[in-house]
Design a protein. Structure first.
Length: 367
């Protein structure tokens, strides 16, 4: 699936980027010593998928992307499709009409993503798959986290949760992300590769939550009804984990069943501190946004950077040049990290007096 190096740690990724890419719009010399003229076209389009599957698409990514665009003297247009592929295709056409030279695409599904990339290519606009690989697409680069590694870390962390540690028999269920998202496939590949090898662990069910809290709640309610004595829930992200925890609370089981997560959302961090969620996965937006915008600037300057890794497109077998960062598992021991890093704010994580107290006990201090 991947060629070494499989992932690039965030610090290492930054060093690689600095060595292989010239910072956008500032006339620095490249590693080969050649001078790069300011790009004639400084316009970058960004297509984000929705506002419901994760808070990152509402604030974290747009804020970091804007920051990096300003720092690199690029004019960036950021659109959110609000979970409509039709909207995203219209937004792509509008951005192309505005004259963007590079288009970052976080697809809603590979079919519509592929159509957008084909349209862009017809107009000589370079596309970068941002966070999600568009299978069968034509993007020249892919910037993301090592998503199989994300899943492997989820699986490994779940086995270490206090609710299941040391048990000789564990019954668990999977609630996967949307099947239209290649990342969800990679996450599942990762955590299933770990959990399937655990002695005494039995998978009782697996269904998609479709990155939707309401769907996840319905799915898990049915699963729990069928398997009231289950010990763990391998749920793909924090927003769906919240639905699982709500169901467990209604049955007096919150904190007694191991629950996973991903995205280090404010709610996810609250649940980790409360003990109702065992862990979340922290993927600093800078690991993607900073790299993608620097890359876009280099492309606009006429550069063709060499990526440090490749990902094999499962649909057409194409090796896609890729920049992949490593995730971090967040438990109670390091729950303050996303806040001290600036990924989340203390205000968002600790909005009530009770949470202010809980935050203080876990190293998150409010002003």
């Amino acid at each position: 699936m991947r060629t070494p190096p499989r992932a690039v740690a965030l610090a290492g990724l930054t060093l690689t980027l600095m060595a292989g890419l010239v910072a956008c719009g500032n006339n620095n010399n490249s590693s080969s010593g050649s001078s790069s003229a300011p790009p004639q076209n400084t316009k970058v389009g960004v297509l984000l998928p929705d506002t419901a599957s994760s808070p990152r698409w509402v604030s974290a990514d747009p804020n970091e992307l804007r920051k990096q665009c300003a720092a690199n003297k690029l004019t960036c247009y950021i659109d959110n499709a609000n979970n409509s592929a039709t909207n995203m295709e219209s937004q792509a056409q509008a951005l192309i009409n505005q004259g963007v030279g590079v288009l970052l695409v976080t697809n809603l599904d590979s079919g519509s993503g592929k159509a957008i990339e084909s349209l862009a290519k017809q107009h000589n606009v370079v596309t970068i798959d941002y966070d999600r690989l568009t299978t069968g697409g034509t993007a020249e680069y892919y910037v993301s986290y090592d998503n199989v590694k994300v899943g492997e870390d989820q699986g490994t962390a779940l086995t270490a949760c206090p609710q299941v540690a040391g048990k000789s028999a564990v019954g668990y269920v999977d609630i996967d992300g949307a099947p239209t998202d290649n990342n969800a496939t990679l996450f599942a590949q990762g955590y299933n590769s770990v959990l399937s090898k655990q002695k005494g662990w039995t998978k009782l069910g697996e269904q998609t939550g479709n990155w939707d809290p309401a769907t996840a709640q319905t799915v898990f309610t049915t699963m729990l009804g069928r398997h009231p004595n289950l010990n763990a829930v391998m749920v793909a992200n924090d927003t769906m984990a919240q639905s699982v925890i709500n169901v467990l609370k209604s049955q007096g089981l919150a904190g007694k069943v191991a629950v996973s997560g991903q995205d280090a959302t404010a709610g996810g961090l609250d649940n980790v501190m409360a003990g109702t969620q065992c862990f979340t996965i922290y993927k600093p937006v800078a690991g993607e946004a900073d790299v993608a915008i620097k890359l876009a600037g280099q492309i606009l300057s006429g550069q063709k950077p060499t990526a440090p890794a490749t990902i094999k497109d499962p649909t057409n077998g194409r090796e896609v040049p890729s920049y992949l960062a490593d995730p971090t598992v967040i438990t109670k021991k390091n729950v303050a990290l996303p806040v001290t890093d600036g990924y989340e704010t203390a205000k968002s994580v600790c909005p009530t007096p009770a949470l202010v107290k809980l935050c203080g006990e876990n190293g998150i201090h409010t002003p």
